[in-house]
Design a protein around this ligand. Structure first.
Ligand SMILES: C[S@@+](CC[C@H](N)C(=O)[O-])C[C@H]1O[C@@H](n2cnc3c(N)ncnc32)[C@H](O)[C@@H]1O
Length: 240
């Protein structure tokens, strides 16, 4: 039976805006922008992750971190608390930022779920094995397309990864028409911040450059948001 305290937390969850659709308790599902549940199988997470240490890079409300924990992993979730620390082209940097830390939704979900996932407020550019240790599985979905220095972020991920790196992100079919690995420069377009949009071939080469010797394509599909927005995604599994 739900206690008064857990009912209060569920009420708070109902009142806030969510990035992820999360099932917090039977009958209590957040009204998120991105419901990954119909797409989970496309990413190729192991069915069971018992005994594995996993890192979710760019966790936001934590969908993937909680999913990996549900499968048995010990999970660290990395993201930034302060939106000022995200990469923006100077002209597109907002003049005002939210007062609430970016991890507030994650923390509320973590408490309701009784989760042990540890959330770390860290830029992927500054994430090192000396501080965080290494991970059997590193998961990073729809983050690298938004960062200015994709290769530095990938190098950091390679240093943290002692097993499998699951990469999922948008790719550019137009850049893919070039007969060589290309990326399209999009920093000044009036949409979500994307500096460079690599082709599928370019992403594979970049993972190799960052230190992954074996890069396997696991699929391409359109990830759909609950408002109908559809974004082409590429899934790669890679190993050093
Ligand atoms: C588009 S969301 C993707 C959320 C989640 N990974 C998913 O697949 O649904 C990108 C996330 O990456 C985080 N992020 C962006 N740049 C980052 C950086 N340099 N270091 C750590 N996290 C970053 C953002 O704060 C945000 O939570």
């Amino acid at each position: 039976m739900a206690t008064r305290a857990s009912e209060d937390l569920l009420e708070r969850a109902k009142a806030r805006r969510w990035y992820h659709t999360l099932e917090l308790a039977p009958g209590h599902v957040t009204d998120g922008w991105w419901d990954h549940r119909p797409f989970v199988d496309r990413f190729g997470l192991p069915e069971r992750m018992d005994g594995l240490r996993a890192l979710d890079v760019g966790t936001w409300d934590g969908y993937w971190a909680f999913e990996m924990e549900r499968r048995g992993a010990e999970v660290v979730a990395l993201d930034l608390d302060d939106e000022r620390d995200l990469d923006y082209p100077p002209r597109r940097r907002p003049t005002e930022f939210p007062d609430e830390p970016r991890g507030a939704g994650f923390e509320l979900a973590r408490r309701i779920l009784g989760s042990k996932v540890e959330r770390v407020n860290r830029n992927i550019y500054d994430a090192t094995p000396e501080e965080l240790g290494t991970f059997d599985l590193v998961f990073c979905a729809t983050v690298l397309v938004h960062v200015r220095d994709q290769l530095l972020a990938l190098e950091r991920i390679a240093n943290l990864c002692a097993g499998t790196f699951i990469f999922a992100d948008e790719y550019d079919p137009l850049a893919g028409l070039a007969p060589f690995p290309a990326s399209r420069y999009l920093a000044d377009r009036d949409k979500a911040v994307v500096f460079w949009l690599p082709s599928a071939r370019t992403w594979k080469k970049m993972l190799y450059t960052a230190g992954f010797n074996r890069v396997e394509e696991r699929g391409r599909f359109k990830l759909r948001a609950t408002d109908g927005l559809a974004v082409r995604h590429l899934v790669l599994h890679s190993f050093k």
